[in-house]
Ligand binder design. Sequence first.
Ligand code: FAD
Length: 338
Amino acid sequence: MFFEKLMKKMFIWFSKNRPLNWLAIHCHILHPLSRAFVAGETIDEAIAAVKELNQDGCRATVDILGESVVSPEKIDEVVLEYQRLIRRINEEKLQASVSVKLSHVGLSLGKRFCETRMCHIAETAARYGVAIEIDMEGSEDTENTIEIFRMLRKKYRAVSFRLALQAYLHRTHEQDIAMLAQDGTAIRLVKGAYQESPLVAYQCLEVIRGVCCMLINYFAREDIRARGNHLAIGTHDPILIKHAKEILAEHGLPKDTFEFQMLYGMYVQEQHRLVKEGYPMRVYVPYGTRWFPYFMRRMAERPANVWFVVRGVWRGLFDGEIRHRIMTTLKTMDRKAP
Ligand SMILES: Cc1cc2nc3c(=O)[nH]c(=O)nc-3n(C[C@H](O)[C@H](O)[C@H](O)COP(=O)(O)OP(=O)(O)OC[C@H]3O[C@@H](n4cnc5c(N)ncnc54)[C@H](O)[C@@H]3O)c2cc1C
């Protein structure tokens, strides 16, 4: 337990470390590492991954990797990329939404700045009929994220929006869910992936699970569903998945009352099993070059993910992919040497 907590702290620290982030982007040897959980670096690779998921009966939500961007030029590029992505989803008739982290589109430069950029994305989404999911980041951004989400919903009624809420935050079950449920809101319930203080967030897995179960029960209630609320459960946790299935059966509710969501590359067999059983399944598909913080948070979640990647690297060495990249990098360095 102590070791797991230490690992978690270490990986979350890595995820925010600027030199490591720089190294991950510029040192091509490391890129194959990301392949365990990332669909690729380009829009074409992401679209190909979504097509495959759709063929397997899974919906998708596509995220362009990146966060805490502070350069206005870079933010405008991200907005353009989201607009291109939305058009491609429409052209290819894919069952997919887009997922956006507000710190990727300017939240670090202020709420107003971010709102304008999100409006550009929402206008394109309205034109092409693509839904938008808004990820939840660190607790310092929760209030602004909820406010921007509510503004967008009000302004762009033609667009379906969904907001991620983190069960580990006290405020989620104390105030946010009840407030959002008054308006009939689509929520993605997740445990929470950031390092938060005990002052604002539960630290114990059992307690967080308990909150998740309580909120699943809440969204199964007839009066809550009748107001147009909808729950997606973003988890790989077998206990929560079992609980959600049992609640549906207990209330005699159809299997599509909730949507299950999982991350790309994780528990693929479980994803297929749920689809086979008739439950809606959406896979979160990240792509892009800024994969390092996302990748480190996946490492922080479960020590098993670390071994999963280490095994992949070991195999990669023998398959030659990583070996080839190491050799190419060494050759380049050789050429650059005086
Ligand atoms: C679609 C999606 C979107 C997300 N969006 C956000 C977001 O916007 N903001 C945010 O903060 N976080 C987000 N997350 C991350 C989330 O907060 C958690 O950090 C992450 O999902 C890990 O929690 P978990 O519930 O999946 O299971 P864990 O808490 O990692 O696992 C719980 C327990 O179950 C075990 N376990 C898990 N899966 C399996 C399995 N398949 N078989 C056997 N044992 C298993 C684990 O070993 C552990 O003991 C998202 C997650 C998903 C899936």
